[in-house]
Design a protein around this ligand. Structure first.
Ligand SMILES: [Zn+2]
Length: 213
């Protein structure tokens, strides 16, 4: 069992990397999706997670690790995973290592998507979405034919409330704060692969595959 951990700020193109690695046989594990599934099934872990989230708290490390444990224990020995959103704390990273060791697995590498804040702000604050068909545009890089109007639907495009500049900056700060200890942890283990994510989607994809594909 092998694992790749994906670290990167919102807007750095984690989806692109996940797609590229899915093509190489990696199963994409999103902790957000796992949590929603456990909550939907009302498992003990799901109920505990929900109780914390309802109070505006982070989901406790032992709940998150418990979820990952049950996923890995039921996986094939040869399976390859891409972890997105896990580990998120040092405790989670340490427990993850123990868990992999007990299953004779290992982390192949940690992809660190690096992208300057101003690039991310420009990417996300320029994003516009069609409420009807879900098409995503960008005011500068992928504009519709008519200003702020969906090409297919002809309706007005909307900006997601958390895509405004202030909120994006706040999200980037939270990301940097929470991720810094993980970066040091994996750097000390020589596992970090920094990827310049300010380039085009195609360039980011080939850089990732060159290093880890
Ligand atoms: Zn549309």
């Amino acid at each position: 069992m092998t694992a790749i951990v994906l670290l990167g700020p919102p807007g750095a193109g984690k989806g692109t990397v996940a797609e590229a690695l899915a093509g190489k046989g990696y199963t994409h594990v999103s902790t957000g999706d796992l949590l929603r599934e456990q909550i939907r099934l009302e498992t003990p872990l799901g109920l505990e997670a929900k109780a914390n989230m309802d109070q505006g708290k982070f989901v406790p490390d032992k709940v998150v690790v418990g979820m990952i444990r049950s996923l890995l224990e039921s996986a094939d020995r040869g399976q390859k995973f891409l972890f997105d959103g896990f580990p998120r704390t040092l405790v989670q990273a340490e427990k993850f290592d123990e868990l992999l060791l007990s299953l004779e697995g290992a982390i192949d590498g940690v992809i660190l998507l690096e992208c300057p804040a101003e690039v991310i702000v420009e990417r996300l604050s320029g994003r516009r979405t069609c409420g009807k068909c879900g098409t995503v545009y960008h005011v500068k890089y992928n504009p519709p034919a008519m200003h702020n109007i969906c090409d297919t639907e002809g309706c007005e495009l909307i900006q997601r409330p958390d895509d405004n500049e202030e909120t994006i900056k706040k999200r980037l700060e939270v990301y940097a704060e929470r991720t810094a200890p993980l970066i040091s942890y994996y750097k000390a283990k020589n596992l970090i692969h920094p990827i310049n994510a300010s380039r085009s989607i195609a360039e980011v994809r080939s850089a990732v595959l060159e290093q880890l594909g």
